[in-house]
Write a protein that binds this ligand. Structure first.
Ligand SMILES: [Zn+2]
Length: 83
C-alpha cells in the first residue's frame, strides 16, 4: 500500500509493463494530478524524462499506486482517455 514515487526511466518502464496499478502525474504549477492506466497512450517516456530527470521534479512528480484510494489522497482526476 501507499504510493511509490517513480524516479527513473527504468522504473517507469517496469511499472508501465504491469497491469495491476496506476500512474499518477502531478503538476505543481497547475496544482493538479492526473491518474492514468498503465496502458494509456498518453503516457510517453519523454514526458517522464522531461519532468523527472531533466527538470528534477521541479514541476511535478510521477507516482505508482495499486489502489485508486491512493489517488483520492492526491485529489487526482482521471485522464480523459483512461476514465
Ligand atoms: Zn491516461
Amino acid at each position: 500500500m501507499g504510493r511509490m514515487e517513480i524516479k527513473t526511466i527504468s522504473e517507469y518502464n517496469y511499472r508501465k509493463g504491469q497491469k495491476n496499478g496506476y500512474i499518477i502525474i502531478t503538476d505543481k504549477p497547475l496544482k493538479r494530478a492526473i491518474i492514468h492506466r498503465t496502458t494509456c497512450p498518453n503516457l510517453e517516456e519523454r514526458y517522464l524524462k522531461q519532468k523527472v530527470i531533466d527538470n528534477n521534479n521541479k514541476y511535478g512528480n510521477y507516482f505508482w499506486i495499486t489502489n485508486t484510494i491512493e489517488a483520492d489522497e492526491l485529489h487526482a482526476e482521471w485522464c480523459l482517455h483512461c476514465k
